[in-house]
Write a protein that binds this ligand. Structure first.
Ligand SMILES: [Zn+2]
Length: 354
């Protein structure tokens, strides 16, 4: 084998390498000088036909040349890639302002619920929850609603179609009908069944009414139920009045007077509607209070003994008040919102204002 041939290959390769400016010509160089059909590869294949002495002298020379060309190839590749990088695209400006992210927040009703629960917790109330799909027993019967009470009608209550029927071994076993709870009051009974007075509990939650919706009626809204029970003689209407006044004074941050008017609810006796002095005009008269100086807030009363016995308590042993309260209504008052449908309407332009 002619040793000068190796030198010629090296000389040609180095010359070719000097002219390479892009990856395309570099690829051609690789094929020409390092590829399987290159002269160098042919010489390496021929090594096995040489005498042991020639192998010792020529073999290392060929290997050294191949390694040298491979190194040059790698270096050239890195150089070309480095030269052709788009630095404008890859540039990292650490002083550039970040991409602003929209951070969500609580729905106004949820935020208000937290605020209300916070005040009641300070007054010694615990928070409980109950199911939204309720049985007829808890929603009506246990709360002393007569069987023919109009609130049970299809016009007022969402009954769950098919709910409450159970099929066993091909037979339909009738069970109690289910409905979407129309108030949070069923939780009075649920809580009483599991707890013994004295206790103070507040149950917030969504309630559902089969209403034709308008600015002041919505099929889904938020309430909370407030229940305080102790042995007979320890909790009176005066206790309720004090709790209600303390709550509203804390909530609105000003002096509030509570006024009770006789009313009727099946689950309380005596029952009353109650009003608070208008916090918007300080009782001077405004459009919100319809110039009366009073805001209608909700219903309350002393828990009916029939409800206490339905929960399993001995008749006459305990006494206390229950108070159902519209959280959505409170939100409308607080934020001066005139259309109740805004809250559940899903319009982010409304929600983002809070
Ligand atoms: Zn007013």
């Amino acid at each position: 084998m002619n040793v000068s041939l190796i030198a010629t290959i090296e000389k040609n390769a180095l010359e070719a390498m000097g002219l390479i400016k892009d990856l395309e010509t570099l690829a051609r160089f690789e094929t020409q000088f390092l590829g399987r059909k290159s002269e160098l590869s042919s010489l390496l294949k021929e090594l096995k036909n040489l005498s042991p002495e020639e192998k010792r002298t020529i073999g290392p020379k060929l290997q050294a040349l191949r390694e040298k060309l491979q190194t040059l190839h790698s270096e050239k590749q890195a150089e070309i890639e480095n030269n052709t990088r788009d630095w404008e695209v890859e540039r990292l400006d650490v002083t550039a302002p970040g991409i602003p992210r929209h951070i969500g927040h609580l729905h106004p009703i949820t935020a208000l619920e937290h605020e209300v629960l916070g005040i009641f917790e300070h007054l010694g109330f615990t928070v409980a929850e109950g199911p939204e799909a309720e049985t007829e027993w808890y929603n009506f019967d246990a709360l002393n609603f007569p069987k023919d009470h109009p609130a049970r009608d299809m016009q007022d209550t969402f009954w769950i179609v098919g709910g409450g029927t159970k099929i066993k071994k091909g037979k339909v076993l009738e069970r109690e009908r289910l409905l979407m709870r129309t108030h949070t009051s069923p939780n009075q009974v649920r809580f009483m069944e599991k707890n013994k007075p004295p206790f103070r509990v507040i149950v917030p939650g969504r309630v559902f009414r089969n209403e034709a919706t308008d600015a002041s009626h919505e099929h889904t809204f938020h309430q909370f139920e407030c229940l305080m029970l102790d042995e007979t003689g320890k909790v009176s209407v005066a206790t309720f009045k004090h709790v209600a006044e303390t709550f509203f004074e804390t909530f609105f941050g000003k002096k509030v007077t509570v006024r009770l008017r006789p009313s009727y609810f099946p689950f309380t006796e005596p029952s009353f509607e109650f009003d608070i002095s208008c916090v918007l005009c300080d009782s001077a008269g405004c459009s919100t209070c319809k110039q009366t100086g009073w805001l209608e807030i909700g219903g309350a009363g002393m828990v009916h003994q029939n409800v206490l016995t339905a929960a399993g308590y001995p008749k006459g042993k305990y006494q206390g008040f229950a108070w159902g309260f519209g959280l959505t209504r409170l939100a409308m008052m607080k934020y001066k919102i005139t259309d109740i449908r805004q809250f559940m309407g899903g319009d982010l332009r409304f929600i983002r204002q809070f």
